[in-house]
Design a protein around this ligand. Structure first.
Ligand code: ATP
Ligand code: BTN
Length: 250
């Protein structure tokens, strides 16, 4: 059984062949279940954060989006992308993938290379109801030449995850189950319950880190209760807000 029956009732699943972006596909649709879930074999215009592109390849990556309504409002969703990262890392580790860590704010690493990214898009009220689309791109078995235009080190589960024969369907089902359960918990309790696990998976902890496009650099010192990243710099602690900056390890 791919999903447990209770969870299955909460989900309306769209499985598509080729679509520009699974996030955009769901954004344009009404909720008919608590969670609209979309999986695509291929995206022709996959999106990263702030106008960046997400590359994929037919049948060799997972492009997954989940849309739902949150009563927390936009301002109550701090840390959601970090909580989603914890849920993904957990599902992948349970599936037997070794070496997953979280690179603040929205990437999953295998070793030192990006294997997945999270894109969260919000619309609606600050304090009350808002619509949330959580998008996840995961490289399952993408060949090296298919990611030739990716401008940072990247890898796939098949290459570096210790599971060369990995089943994409079974991983997708596990990700959906883990994600829905995390979203339910986040809605009730917020980010705090994910914080300790996030800290234990922090890829940048104790490393020399710099902020892309700025002079700021320092030692990675984990996150605060809102999911902001703390850097120990020569002139004291600096907190970085997700959404505003990108960081890299030196
Ligand atoms: P940040 O550190 O802030 O997350 P980022 O450079 O990773 O910054 P994102 O917007 O998170 O930027 O992700 C988009 C970037 O991810 C692209 O610019 C590209 O470098 C990289 N990328 C695109 N497709 C893939 C892929 N399939 N696998 C790994 N990385 C990818
Ligand atoms: C990132 O690293 O910036 C996030 C990448 C998110 C990619 C996923 S793939 C499914 C969903 N649809 C999109 O257009 N983007 C996200």
């Amino acid at each position: 059984q791919l999903l447990d029956p209770e969870q299955r009732e909460l989900i309306n699943l769209h499985v598509l062949d080729d679509v520009p972006s699974t996030n955009d596909y769901l954004s344009a649709r009404e909720l008919v279940a608590k969670y609209e879930v979309c999986l695509a074999e291929k995206q022709s215009a996959g999106k990263g954060r702030r106008g960046r592109k997400w590359e994929g390849s037919y049948g060799r990556d997972i492009a997954l989006s989940v849309k739902f309504e949150s009563e927390r409002g936009v301002s109550g969703l701090d840390g959601l992308s970090l909580a989603v990262g914890v849920a993904l890392a957990d599902s992948l580790t349970r599936a037997g993938v070794e070496g997953i860590s979280l690179k603040w704010p929205n990437d999953l690493w295998l070793g030192e290379k990006k294997v997945a990214g999270i894109l969260i898009e919000l619309s609606g009220e600050l304090q009350t109801r808002c619509e949330v689309v959580v998008g996840i791109g995961l490289n399952v078995s993408m060949a090296e030449d298919e990611g030739a235009s990716i401008n940072q080190p990247w890898t796939s589960l098949a290459t570096d995850g210790g599971l060369p024969e990995i089943s994409r369907n079974s991983i997708a089902a596990k990700l959906i189950a883990g994600l829905i359960s995390a979203l339910e918990r986040f809605e009730r309790e917020g980010f705090a319950i994910f914080q300790a696990q996030w800290v234990s998976l922090d890829a940048l902890k104790g490393r020399e880190v710099f902020v892309v496009g700025q002079e700021t650099s320092g030692l990675g010192a984990g996150i605060d209760a809102f999911g902001a990243y703390r850097l120990e710099t020569a002139s004291g602690e600096v907190r970085l807000n997700a959404g505003e900056v990108s960081v890299r390890a030196k």
